[in-house]
Ligand binder design. Structure first.
Ligand SMILES: N[C@@H](CCC(=O)N[C@@H](CS)C(=O)NCC(=O)O)C(=O)O
Length: 228
């Protein structure tokens, strides 16, 4: 392990990609410092944070003076730099390419389609005070349905994890995204036993870091449930 300052990560645990980074760090017991950037308070727009990431987004990682944005890049960097167990991001070219294949697809499918449901059911009503637009939610859910079908029929076809026999960073990115609509009380995996079994395998593989990273999300879910 490199000497010097601990890896620093700038996170808001309500953010899906931040949770993926947090889970990787904590389940591998990689010493790190978390700097919380509360998006709801606009802390990502301060001059200090903007200097770190001009795109004003979390997560950001700082390793000594090396600053890195984009969860996908951060996860792969941490595995490589700190020699985390190889299964997270395999060295063998074909197995590595499978992870890259998913993570490229993730940002055009799993992430936008799942995030849209969360935005429509939780963020828009909260920020605008208006009721949930059920027509839009219906359309978003049907789009997400296509992505969930692909996860089952393509990535999880005859294998326990998205990219093979063991957990990789791809599973972390995916599971954190698919958890997000729970904030509004929606379990998008409810009628998806194959994906539920995969999620349980991911949870078992990462242990208590899963619930720890999702504690903010669970609190919002419970608060919203209490309002009904
Ligand atoms: N592709 C980026 C996405 C980062 C991102 O969109 N982060 C959101 C939270 S999930 C954010 O910081 N949003 C603040 C803003 O856009 O103002 C990644 O995977 O790291």
């Amino acid at each position: 392990m490199a000497t010097g300052r601990l890896v620093e990560v700038y996170l808001d645990l309500l953010s899906q990609p931040c949770r993926a980074v947090q889970i990787l760090l904590s389940c591998n017991r990689l010493p790190h410092t978390v700097r919380t950037v509360a998006l709801r308070k606009g802390e990502n727009q301060t001059p200090e944070f903007t200097k770190l990431n001009p795109m004003q987004k979390v997560p950001v990682m700082v390793d000594n003076s090396f600053v890195l944005t984009e969860s996908d890049a951060i996860l792969k960097y941490l595995v490589t730099k700190y020699n985390l167990p190889e299964h997270w991001y395999p060295r063998q070219p074909e197995r590595r390419a499978r992870v890259d294949e998913y993570t490229a697809w993730h940002h055009t499918h799993t992430r936008p389609h799942t995030a849209k449901v969360f935005i429509l059911e939780v963020l828009v009503p909260r920020l605008s005070g208006s009721a949930v637009d059920q027509d839009k939610v219906g359309r978003a859910l049907s789009e997400l349905g296509g992505t969930l079908d692909r996860l089952e029929s393509m990535f999880l076809r005859r294998q326990p994890f998205l990219c093979g026999d063991d957990i990789t960073v791809a599973d972390l990115l995916a599971v954190c995204e698919l958890m997000q609509p729970l904030a509004g009380g929606r379990d998008v995996l409810q009628d998806r036993p194959q994906l539920q079994r995969w999620k349980s395998r991911v949870q078992s593989a990462v242990g208590e870091s899963f619930d720890h990273a999702h504690s903010v999300l669970y609190a919002i879910r419970d608060r919203n449930k209490a309002k009904l």
